[in-house]
Design a protein around this ligand. Structure first.
Ligand code: GLA
Length: 381
């Protein structure tokens, strides 16, 4: 991919090479959904699908940015208040304004094989990749964890989505073949083997577009904060939902809807630890059951699934070649993550495709992937 992108670079910007090239991956989260902004635990890993960001300062008056896979480009002066930018370029403009407002015009090319809107964190990959590139261009010293926290903060500012730190930590710090067990309160983490022998992780894109910014995501985040206020009015010891013992959920005086949300978050935190044990002990049946339970909770207690994902999860749960599956990411669309018997993968794919097409009139898209390395600086001059 890089040689092809360099050709585009040179034919647009001339013979000088980019000063920095960054490969910035998407992420898959095995379990621990909607727990990061509740100071809980998550288990994400970067995948071998990524964006490439190429960048260089230039002497002209204008920025010139290309989104190759979107077949779009913008040329503009960042100080011009009348500039209206497409959404992808708004991210870039936002990051530059917040991180290196002094930098002056840059030439930039973004491309990749990471699907957008599938819940694989393409926007966090972009923001992390931009921060790495800008760090290199300006000689800043931020380490990977600082960039992860900065990216998360900037994304909240740029999009208004009150997301947590999971995606950015996975993108910045992952190791090939492993997932991280991340404590979102202390921001400490350890690595676990991602693979179970004889099994394959698989994503199935429901094709339902997930646009979290317009979704109920922020409402869930607000409900969790409100639930904590209710709980702290009764017992002041707890600083976040993760400190509340699961057995207490039925005891607190809470509106029903908030009780459901809290129950989900606390159960999901427990499942993350159970999944860590299942991976370490190579127990696919246990892992599959935890996935299916997680989906149930996301669908019925947290209410962030959709009909298509529910059907896929139910089908996966019942299929003889699958151990289980669950919606992954923020929800309201996007992908199902499944754990499949390696020797039954082809059969599962055929069956799930015809089932889904029969139900909804279009085929889902399988996304095979491996757990890969986190962000990677390919070149810097
Ligand atoms: C999105 C957010 C993450 C996390 C997940 C849900 O991907 O960016 O911070 O909250 O949703 O687990």
């Amino acid at each position: 991919m890089i040689p092809h992108l360099l050709q585009i670079w040179h034919s647009t910007f001339g013979m000088e090479r980019p000063a920095v090239i960054v490969r910035t991956p998407g992420r898959v989260n095995i379990i621990g959904e909607h727990t990061d902004y509740n100071d809980g635990w998550v288990m994400p890993g970067a995948i071998d699908r990524y964006l490439v960001v190429m960048m260089k300062r230039h002497d002209g008056a204008n920025h010139h940015w290309i989104a190759d896979d979107l077949r779009d480009q913008v040329i503009f002066n960042i100080h011009d208040p009348n500039t209206s930018l497409p959404r992808w370029a708004e991210y870039i403009a936002g990051v530059i304004r917040l991180y290196t407002p002094e930098i002056g015009p840059v030439q930039l090319l973004v491309s990749g094989n990471l699907p957008v809107g599938a819940g694989l964190s393409s926007s966090s990959a972009l923001v992390c990749g931009l921060l790495m590139a800008l760090r290199e261009l300006t000689g800043k010293q931020d380490d990977h964890e600082t960039i992860a926290l900065t990216a998360s903060r900037f994304e909240r500012k740029i999009t208004g989505l009150q997301g947590g730190i999971m995606d950015q930590f996975a993108i910045m710090l992952s190791r090939p073949g492993q997932v991280m067990l991340l404590d979102c309160k202390s921001t400490t983490y350890q690595f676990l083997p991602a693979e179970i022998p004889g099994c394959r992780w698989l994503l199935i894109n429901s094709g339902v577009k997930h646009t979290l910014v317009d979704s109920d995501y922020n409402q869930r985040e607000a409900e969790c904060r409100e639930a904590l206020v209710h709980i702290r009015n009764q017992v002041q010891d707890y600083t976040s939902l993760r400190d509340v013992p699961l057995a207490m959920v039925s005891v607190f005086d809470l509106p029903d809807i908030l009780r459901k949300r809290v129950q989900y978050v606390l159960e999901e935190n427990e499942r993350v630890h159970q999944m860590a044990a299942a991976l370490e002990q190579q127990q696919p049946e246990v892992a599959g059951k935890l996935l299916s339970q997680s989906h149930e909770g996301l669908s019925h207690l947290y209410e962030v699934s959709c009909t298509e994902l529910d059907s896929l999860a139910m089908f996966t749960k019942q299929h003889p070649d699958a151990y289980g599956g669950r919606m992954m990411g923020g929800g309201f669309g996007g992908c199902l993550l499944c754990l499949i018997r390696a020797d039954g993968l082809e059969r599962f794919l055929t069956d799930v495709t015809s089932f889904y097409a029969g139900q909804f009139g279009f085929e889902p898209t399988p996304i095979p992937f491996e757990f890969g390395q986190g962000i990677h600086l390919i070149e810097t001059t």
